[in-house]
Structures are given as C-alpha cells and as structure tokens.
Design a protein around this ligand. Structure first.
Ligand code: PMP
Length: 541
C-alpha cells in the first residue's frame, strides 16, 4: 500500500522531475524505503535495514507518542505564532530547562539552515560587526549566507568567489589537524589561531588586513555575487559604541568579528571532537573583540552525546555560548528548528525596529511534536541509552582498531562516533575508496552507514537513540568482515601499517591505477553497471 510506482518508475520520475543536484544515496542502486520503525527502515519488498546514520529520527522512526502528539494537534488547530498559544510558551519553557539560565529566549524556525541564518542576523545586529570566523570543513546549511560560511561546500571556489568577510580557522582535529594529540596544549594552540585571525596576524593574500578596502567603520552588508561588488553600509555610529566597550581590532589591522560559529562536535567535517577548553578560549578572544559565539547543535544536540544534553556542555560548565542553534532531531522528522539566545542579544535584535515573522515557525503542531520528543527522551532514558550503548560501541570499535591496520582513529561521544580509515597510520593517507567500499558492502547487507569528512574516509555513526548493543554487534561484526577482506585484497597487515616504508601498505586499489578512485573495484559480485558515486569520481588519490 505504501508503494505507488514500481521502483524503476520511481527512479525515472525522479530523474525527470527532481533537480539533478539533489543527491540520492547509493545512486547506482538506490534504496526505496516505504516505512520505518525505531532504528529500522523497510524497503518496498519488506526487507529490513538497520539505520546507523539517521539522527533526525532521534527517538526512533515514527515514534507513536510523537506521531500521536502531532496528529492530535493537527485535528485541533495549526496556525502561526501571532496568536497566543500555550504550546509555544510551554515548549519554550521545556527547552529552556535543558539549557544554562542565560540562554532563555527562543526563535522557532523550520530548518537548521533557517536557524543558522537567523543566528548570523542576530550576531550582526548585536555586534554591529560583519566578519564571521568558521571552521575548516564546516557545514552550516544550504542558504546563501551559510554556503558562504561552509568550507565543506565552498572549498572549490576561488578566493575571489568567496565572501571576503568570512575567515576559516583550522579545524580543532587532534588526529589529522595542525596540532595533534602529541601537542602539549592543542586547545590553546587552536584557540590562538582564532585569536591571531581576529588580530590580523594570519594574512591570506592580504585579505584579513586589507579587507573592506581598509575602511574602518564601513562594513559590507551585501555582496553582489554576479558583479563582485560590495555594497557598504555606514556603521560608524555602531562602531563607535562598540569601540568604547571593546578593543577595536581594526586599529591593529584585524577584523571586525561578529561571530565565531562552530558545531559543538563537527559532523560533516569528519566527526571531530574539539579538545576541552578550546571553546572557552575562543569565546574569550572573540568576545574581547566584540563578537559572539554561536554553537551549532543541529546534528549533535538533544542528549546524543550521552553525558550531557548539549554537546557544547562537554567543554565544561564554565562555557556558555551566546547563541545555540538546533534542528534535525528536534522534531523527530517534523520540519522545525530553533535559535536560543540571551536576553541581551534578543533585545538588540528588537532595537533594529524590524519585526521578525516566520509563517510556520513555532506553530502549535510543531511545538506539540517538540514537546513529545522531549518527553520520550526523558521517559525512555534515551540520553542514558546513548551513554551506555555508545560506550559499548566505542569498545567494539577500539577492538577493530587493534585488529585492522585500515582503522586509524576511533573517536566519539555517546551515539556520535567516527571511524577514520587510513592506508597508513603514520602518513594518515586517507583510505577514501576503502571507506566507500565499506559503506556499499554494508548496504548490500542491509545496514545503512555513511562516510564523511573532507576525505570521505570517516565512517560516521549517528543512529536513532534507541540503538541497542545487539545493533552495535551486528554492524561492527559486518565491518570486521569487510575490513578483513579489504585488507587481504590489499595485502595489508597490522605490522605493515606501522611502517612508513612498507610497500604493501602503499599498494593501490586495482582501479586507482590511473589516478582515479573507482568504487566497487574490489567487489567480486558486481558488474560494471554499478557506476561511480558522484563524490568519488571527483576524488584523486
Ligand atoms: N547545521 C549542521 C551542522 C548541519 O549538519 C545541517 C544539515 N546537515 C544544517 C545546519 C542545515 O540544516 P537543514 O538541512 O535542516 O537546513
């Protein structure tokens, strides 16, 4: 009953009517899912898939309490938030109770992108500054303002095509990044990079100091992409006010920072866990220069990390962002999201005199659903489950690292984990094709996992929070088998992986010989009809 067209027709219609840049998983043989429950998804033939990646279905796909809350409210009323409604204030109160007291004002919107776009507007208005510092490999959303701050998306653009008010700080990745686990204080080292950026120490093609044509007090509020022209807005008055309160970095050739934005744990960027204390120090540098700190919790919030409800809390009780953005899991699949900030930031936004209205944000149905999600997390102790099952999963994965040379690093918190595959543990050469091979072979065994990060070599776990130890056993058991076969095919052994000079650890996949990664080349059971996944086609080894 859930299928209207046979699979081939669905594919053909999708090709005809859906934008070709809308990516589909496993494009050579897409999965058609017709229903889902808990951590399982079912295709049109009734085949069950274990879902290890869908953090949107946070409390489990189609959780009955959430479905019921939404349906009941839909029967009664759904309208915009210009009318008084108890659901809106009740939900805001419930959400606030999970956050530090200071973060007390909510704006309800409909997607992670809307939340981050609004967060930028709040920051610009509150600080009177325009510059944003973002992290390498970050992804914050699909609207224009966020493509500008998402190196994950814009890294193929030339310097001239990029927004000149956006600055990219090194990702605080202690495995592959600039400062690694053997550094005595990676938190300070990475935070100092941000400090230097604010003060114009790191010039990239002269951009940090010479930006804005060197006109202090004028900031570009809009860049006309086609002409490349900046439209300037006179911000002198605002600047003067800010200068009274803060050091003016412009005097020293630095930037006018409005905000530093980062995911509390980078997800698309490769499941990166920043060192403790990094956010505190960054916040200090940023605030001293008149900017604010935005924590993007779109992927990692709502108890996923197990020990805390919000991932920024991993940094310590002394760290409170100025703005937190939420999305994905907040509505368990219902499109809703939220920006939470301080009274001061909200009042500054109000002082612009511009009303903020959002047709769907904070409607009674969304708020009923959001409240039901919070209820289920508490009732089923899903945060506790994330801690327990996440810990179990981490132990299983650590065993894989001991056994398999391809496994370079295991990292994560709770049910947010990453397994970085490398061809060589010393050079850290990314095992991109191998990671993709793992994903494809798992799919053939009805397990859904993804590989991400700048090299697409990090296996990424972020399953629904009802994931069990048996589920963890199943997926890790399959990964074990696949890695064993891959390593046999490549002639990799653990001791080889530890040697830089070992020839076998450098052996190429059969289809890499001409410089291209060819996914599926190691599979015995597939013909050439499979095709190449788009992102892999572009990769060169
Ligand atoms: N922030 C982060 C960290 C994300 O991962 C995403 C989506 N993947 C977004 C923001 C944007 O959310 P949406 O797709 O709901 O607009």
């Amino acid at each position: 009953a859930a299928e209207i067209f046979v699979k081939k027709q669905t594919i053909d219609l999708r090709k005809k009517h859906i934008g070709p840049s809308c990516k589909i998983f496993f494009s050579h043989d897409p999965v058609k899912i017709v229903r889902a429950k808990g951590q399982y998804m079912y295709d049109e033939k009734g085949q069950r898939y274990l879902d290890c990646i869908n953090n949107v279905a946070h409390v489990g796909h189609c959780h009955p309490d959430v479905v019921k809350a939404g349906a009941q409210q839909m029967e009664l009323l759904n309208t915009n938030s210009r009318f008084l409604h108890d659901n809106l204030v009740l939900y805001a109160q419930r959400l606030q109770a999970t956050l530090p007291d200071k973060l007390s004002v909510c704006y309800f919107v409909n997607s992670g992108s809307e939340a981050n776009d609004l967060a930028l507007r709040l920051a610009w208005q509150y600080t009177g500054h325009k510059d944003i510092i973002t992290l390498e490999n970050a992804y914050h959303g699909h609207v224009s303002s966020l493509i500008d701050i998402s190196p994950y998306k814009f890294q193929h653009l030339s310097d001239d095509e990029r927004n000149q008010t956006v600055h990219v700080a090194p990702s605080p990745d202690v495995y592959r990044g600039k400062y690694r686990a053997d550094h005595p204080d990676p938190a300070s080292a990475y935070a100092d990079e941000v400090k230097d950026m604010i003060h114009g120490v790191h010039e990239k093609g002269g951009k940090v100091t010479a930006r804005h044509s060197g006109v202090c007090g004028q900031i570009p509020v809009h860049k006309n992409v086609s002409s490349g022209l900046f439209i300037f807005q006179d911000m002198r008055l605002q600047e003067e006010t800010n200068q009274k309160e803060h050091n003016n970095p412009c005097d020293t050739g630095g930037i006018h920072i409005a905000a530093f934005i980062a995911e509390s744990l980078q997800s698309c960027g490769g499941q990166v866990i920043p060192p403790t204390g990094y956010f505190q120090q960054v916040a200090q540098h940023v605030r001293k220069a008149g900017g604010i700190f935005i924590a993007d919790e779109v992927q990692v919030g709502f108890g996923r990390i197990g020990t805390h409800f919000w991932a920024f809390q991993l940094q310590g009780e002394d760290f409170v962002p100025d703005i937190v953005t939420m999305g994905k899991p907040i509505g368990n699949g219902h499109p809703m999201s939220c920006v939470v900030t301080t009274k001061e930031v909200a009042e500054a936004f109000m002082s612009s005199g511009m009303e903020y209205f959002n047709t769907f944000g904070g409607n009674p149905v969304s708020c009923a659903i959001g409240t039901a999600v919070l209820d289920v997390i508490a009732k089923e102790d899903l945060q506790g489950n994330a801690l327990r099952v996440g810990g179990y999963l981490a132990r299983l994965l650590e065993q894989q690292k001991e056994k398999h040379p391809l496994v370079g690093d295991i990292r994560g918190r709770g049910l947010f984990a990453g397994v970085e595959l490398v061809k060589d543990r010393l050079t850290l050469t990314p095992a991109t094709a191998e990671a993709q091979e793992v994903i494809y072979r798992l799919k053939e065994q009805y397990i859904l996992l993804s590989a991400d990060g700048p090299h697409r070599n990090v296996l990424k776990f972020k399953p629904p929070m009802c994931f069990t130890e048996e589920d963890a056993d199943l997926v890790v058991g399959k990964i074990d088998q696949i890695l064993t076969e891959l390593e046999e095919a490549l002639g990799l052994k653990l001791q080889n992986a530890l040697s830089l000079e070992n020839g076998s650890s450098k052996r190429k996949l059969p289809a890499e010989e001409n410089g291209h990664v060819y996914l599926g080349a190691l599979s015995h059971d597939r013909g050439s009809s499979r095709g190449l996944p788009q992102q892999a086609k572009r990769l060169r080894t």
